[in-house]
Write a protein that binds this ligand. Structure first.
Ligand code: ATP
Length: 364
């Protein structure tokens, strides 16, 4: 059955409410794929349909050349790891991991279980009970148990949600290592953008039952196609602007009276009202009037209204003449000026660091 996981027109309605709306999604074989979106957007429902735990209202689920839409859950080469590990408390770790093999009547169990425990770095823990392990260790047992039957696709539903931040970071790296080692397709559901960006090679951003955008983490972050994606994957400054004309490979835009050039390739639209987007770490702050010919795009006349020291960086808020507060992150390298509340400042950035979106959508 090996091959890409292909969801076509996949839909789930609960009464009059559509939780998943005509989803089209291909997850390439062997990918570490993240389904990212806010609570209630339909991620878990999608996962449950792939697992066979929820019947689609419409659409098809394909795996390689096979249609698995109507297959019973246990007949699918798919396994799921949930947030609440669901280990058997009365069985030791070895037997928890061996469970799937015993159920299938596999004889040669010991070697496979030991290998799997080594993979998740729990060799030697076989005789312990789940209650004698930490949360992170229990989660790794759940992973070993789900992987031992060598599914084609492993579904992970917020698997790190119950762990504290430090452990979660460790497990993110662990999961990535394990996925690379086993080469199985991982579909990871999360509402945590940092988690998705750290682990996945492809992310699909979901909102209100539909996929807004899919792509490599860097591409989504660098060139979001909607304001929702721009805001969900980190902070964005979105400033109202108007496209004046096209000049060669650039668009000339008016941003509150400042004329700026933006490469056409950075824009979703070529005329009309737009949002100009710029990430806070792509902006650099300068004392008002100090940088005159930077070759950059500039917005002048700001005043610093807040300074938050964050260790590696400092976050500044600058109120612009039209009343909007823009966010700037400056790395604390010691090489650059620092600013205080009340300082007059200008904001500069490279034209290629801008993204331009249709104004027909909310900025927030
Ligand atoms: P979370 O991150 O909070 O788990 P999610 O993105 O996984 O959110 P889903 O659990 O897929 O979201 O739910 C999507 C929507 O469908 C929600 O509005 C939810 O209330 C609704 N929903 C889910 N299951 C049912 C059900 N059995 N009956 C009615 N509505 C449901």
């Amino acid at each position: 059955m090996a091959g890409d996981l292909v969801l076509s027109g996949l839909t789930k309605r609960f009464g009059a409410f559509t939780a998943v709306d005509d989803l089209e999604l291909t997850v390439p074989q062997g990918a570490f794929f993240a389904l990212l979106g806010p609570s209630g957007c339909g991620k878990t429902t999608t996962l449950r349909m792939v697992a066979g735990l929820e019947e689609p209202s419409a659409g098809r689920i394909g795996l390689g050349n096979d249609d698995i839409t109507a297959l019973r859950p246990y007949k699918r080469p798919v396994n799921t790891v949930f947030q609440n590990y669901a280990l058997f408390p009365h069985l030791d770790i070895f037997e928890n991991v061996a469970f799937g093999l015993r159920r299938r009547g596999v004889k040669e169990i010991s070697r496979q279980v030991d290998e799997m425990l080594e993979l998740v770095e729990l060799g030697g823990y076989g005789k312990r009970r789940p209650a004698q392990l930490s949360g992170g260790q229990q989660q790794r047992v759940a992973l070993a148990r789900a992987l031992i039957n060598r599914p084609e696709v492993l579904l992970l539903d917020e698997p790190l949600g119950a762990l504290d931040l430090k452990l979660r970071r460790q497990m993110q790296i662990e999961l990535k290592r394990i996925q690379t080692e086993v080469g199985i397709t991982f579909v990871h559901v999360t509402h945590d953008q940092e988690e998705a960006m750290t682990m996945a090679d492809t992310i699909a951003v979901m909102n209100d039952g539909v996929i807004e955008q899919r792509g490599a983490p860097t591409d989504l972050y660098d060139l979001p196609s909607t304001t929702f994606v721009a805001n969900f994957l980190g902070q964005s400054n979105l400033v109202a602007a108007t496209i004046l004309e096209r000049s060669g490979e650039d668009l000339v835009i008016d941003v509150h009276g400042s004329k700026q050039a933006v490469p056409v390739s950075r824009s979703r639209v070529t005329d009309g009202e737009v949002w100009v987007g710029i990430r806070p770490e792509k902006v650099f702050l300068a004392r008002a009037g100090s940088e005159t010919d930077t070759g950059a795009n500039s917005l002048r006349g700001g005043v610093v209204t807040d300074v938050s020291y964050c260790g590696v960086s400092t976050q500044y808020l600058a109120r612009m003449p039209w009343g909007q507060e823009l966010t700037v992150f400056e790395q604390n390298t010691g090489a650059r000026d620092t600013f205080a509340v009340g300082d007059p400042v200008d904001l500069h950035w490279q034209p290629s660091h801008t993204f331009v979106l249709d104004a027909g959508q909310d900025a927030n």
